[in-house]
Design a protein around this ligand. Structure first.
Ligand SMILES: Nc1nc2c(ncn2[C@@H]2O[C@H](COP(=O)(O)OP(=O)(O)OP(=O)(O)O)[C@@H](O)[C@H]2O)c(=O)[nH]1
Ligand SMILES: [Mg+2]
Length: 127
């Protein structure tokens, strides 16, 4: 992406949060077109343990919705809307990593799995 087009991109950092194994990393992978080198549990420790251990960054870009357009002739005339997904660990022992990520998160997406026993268990743990 060139510097010029980068300045015309409005970015939101979206935290991807939820219960352990609810599918956060899988969803981030499915949505994203660009990823950092450590995204999607690529590091060996994550693969070995089968869980996300650190924040993972990836992104996708869409056309800017009309309601976010600035037709007033101002400086900030964005053309594209980028969502940077901040994939958070789900394991309770890694809560400090998630709190660290909260510093840069603008919005959050709560992922809840609903397979077989999933909904009941996850609703219980959210109460
Ligand atoms: N059946 C089914 N399995 C899924 C789905 N999404 C993810 N999985 C599987 O569920 C397991 C956990 O998926 P992840 O995406 O790593 O879950 P996660 O929430 O990122 O896990 P943590 O970050 O460790 O909390 C993997 O084996 C996935 O293949 C889904 O939509 N359906
Ligand atoms: Mg994960």
């Amino acid at each position: 992406m060139s510097a010029d087009s980068a300045t015309k991109t409005l970015n939101f950092n979206v935290g991807v949060l939820g219960h352990v194994d609810s599918g956060k990393t899988s969803l981030a992978r499915a949505l994203s077109s660009t990823a950092s080198t450590a995204a999607f549990d690529k590091n060996p420790q994550s693969r070995e343990r089968g869980i996300t251990l650190d924040l993972g960054f990836s992104s996708f870009t869409v056309d800017l919705p009309d309601h976010l357009r600035d037709d007033s002739g101002g400086q900030r005339q964005y053309e594209r809307l980028q969502f940077t997904l901040v994939d958070c660990p789900g394991h309770a022992s890694l809560i400090r990593t998630i709190i660290g990520g909260a510093q840069i998160i603008d919005l959050m997406m709560l992922v809840g799995g609903c397979g077989e026993r999933g909904c009941k268990l996850r609703l219980q743990s959210a109460c």
